[in-house]
Design a protein around this ligand. Structure first.
Ligand code: NAG
Ligand code: NAG
Ligand code: NAG
Length: 465
């Protein structure tokens, strides 16, 4: 009963806000004033920081955590990886789970999965997860094409919280420093069973940053010859190194040997694992190939949770993609179990978010590349501009099925709560409430306000007077 009353209150609050904000006349006013609400500062994530920037690529982040002057905690960083053709994000592990989404281009990701080295090719639309503490590298394998990846980096209780992005580079040298470099060199030379001279060569070769060019481009790095090989060759190569066989490669390529030996011994620490590559590691999941969970004349939405793709269980995240036709909107709704992050991929639109006290927190115009987030329980809706389709992708903080609670539309609380209490809550008669609740015949994704809707609205408001 208490739950029902809360919902009732929520709907009541929302309904009044909606009447004010969704109708066309008000929107025109908004366009004139475009006032920056406090909410815009909180819920639009406009401050991207370069955390990695080299000739070969960048990693840019919007940071989660507490927003300035706000009680709201955002539990995720959103990262944008951009890599030039033929480049490598060198082996590292993070103190947080990663969910990768390939927005553009193709990638090869290598990572340690249950003590095995797994490699996966990722294409446009693919989702892949890398658990915290699992070493991985990323490679742009396509000539003449940049790679763009959008990723979520969760803030777990185990995260150190020193930085938004805390990499532990396994490979490295002068820049970035390898985590191995921190050990006392005598200790390390004993541990690796190499001379101090060899050790210092191997720890000082890398100077071009965490994202490096590979051979084929004008710039080559110590990683080139390793990654340039076919997978099978590479594994054979790795195996040779693990078995301490002499390399038939020129002298100047020695650092590769040592990087790999280090890579293997610190992470795999076994020889036989090389044989069993790619057996159990999860496959990728393509979001673009998925059938929509909901579709009507006004748009579609797709959601991927752990029931579709079990690796999401580990990170505890969900992924979604929504496409709205011009002027359409996702019906006002609430996420009762998840915080939601959205990244605009195509077109322009508006995001409206409502505070618990029934005031408009934000009515922001967004375009490609903009990032927004919506705290759990906060009512919100997304509206496409009339000049084209509006597509956005995002992450949620729940890998379980996130049952969105719709406040408006045929499948909404407006319908399920319809009754004398609800009418009384609005201070109107049941008949009038019924007329209002039934006026919208669509659900989930609603059509734009056309002339007939405007008439209907006018009629409705006249009835109120
Ligand atoms: C260290 O290297 C030497 C020569 O390369 C080899 O004979 C020796 O067995 C190695 N020691 C260990 C513990 O691997
Ligand atoms: C390779 O890149 C580094 C910086 O990333 C630069 O200093 C160096 O001159 C480049 N070498 C070539 C051959 O282009
Ligand atoms: C509603 O809540 C927001 C956020 O706490 C606050 O900034 C705003 O002043 C409140 N508005 C009213 C009318 O209470």
């Amino acid at each position: 009963m208490g739950k029902r009353r809360t919902l009732l209150l929520l709907v009541l609050i929302l309904f009044s806000t909606l009447l004010a904000s969704v109708d066309g006349r008000r929107e025109r006013e908004d366009e004139e004033s475009e006032r920056k609400t406090q909410g815009e500062k909180w819920f639009l994530l406009r401050h991207l920081h370069d955390v990695v920037k080299t000739d070969a690529g960048t990693l840019r982040l919007v940071k989660g955590g507490y927003r300035r002057g706000s009680f709201l905690h955002s539990p995720m960083h959103i990262g944008f990886v951009s890599m030039e053709p033929n480049s490598l994000f060198i082996p590292q592990y993070l103190d947080s789970n990663l969910v990768l989404f390939v927005h553009h281009g193709e990638a090869r990701v290598g990572h340690i999965y249950k003590d095995e080295l797994a490699e996966r090719k990722l294409k446009r639309g693919d989702v892949y997860t890398i658990p915290a503490g699992s070493a991985f590298y990323l490679e742009n394998i396509v000539e003449n094409q940049r790679l763009h990846i959008i990723c979520s980096i969760d803030i777990t209780s185990e995260s150190m919280g020193w930085n938004a992005y805390q990499p532990f580079f396994i490979g490295g040298g002068i820049y970035p420093a390898s985590i191995l470099a921190g050990f006392d060199h005598t200790t390390l030379s004993t541990a690796l069973n190499v001379s101090i001279t060899e050790l210092s060569t191997f720890l000082t070769r890398q100077t071009s940053g965490p994202i490096v060019h590979l051979s084929g481009s004008q710039n080559t790095s110590i990683w080139s010859s390793f990654l340039a090989q076919e997978h099978r060759q590479r594994l054979a190569h790795l195996k040779r190194i693990v078995n301490f066989e002499e390399e038939a490669s020129p002298k100047e390529e020695e650092p590769i040997t040592w990087s790999l030996r280090k890579f293997l011994f610190t992470l795999l620490n076994r020889e036989d694992v090389i044989e069993r590559v790619n057996h159990k590691a999860p496959s990728t999941y393509n979001l673009y190939n998925k059938k929509p969970n909901f579709k009507n004349d006004y748009g579609w939405s797709k959601k991927v949770d752990e029931s579709d793709y079990s690796p999401l269980k580990q990170s505890g995240n969900g992924v979604y993609l929504v496409n709205l036709s011009p002027g359409s909107m996702v019906a006002p709704h609430v996420n009762p179990t998840a915080i939601e992050y959205g990244i605009v991929l195509k077109g322009t639109g508006r995001i409206q978010i409502v505070y618990p006290n029934g005031t408009l927190a934000m009515n922001a115009r967004v375009r490609e590349g903009d990032i927004f987030w919506v705290p759990r329980y906060f009512p919100f809706c997304q509206i496409a501009s009339t000049n084209g389709p509006f597509e956005f992708f995002g992450f949620t903080t729940s890998a379980r099925r996130n049952h969105q609670q719709f406040l408006v539309g045929k499948n909404s609380l407006m319908q399920s709560l319809r009754g004398p209490e609800f009418a009384a809550a609005f201070g109107i008669g049941e008949k009038r409430l019924k007329r209002i609740a039934n006026a919208q015949r669509e659900q989930v994704i609603l059509p734009s306000s056309s002339a007939t809707h405007q008439e209907k609205f006018d009629r409705m408001t006249r009835d109120f007077d």
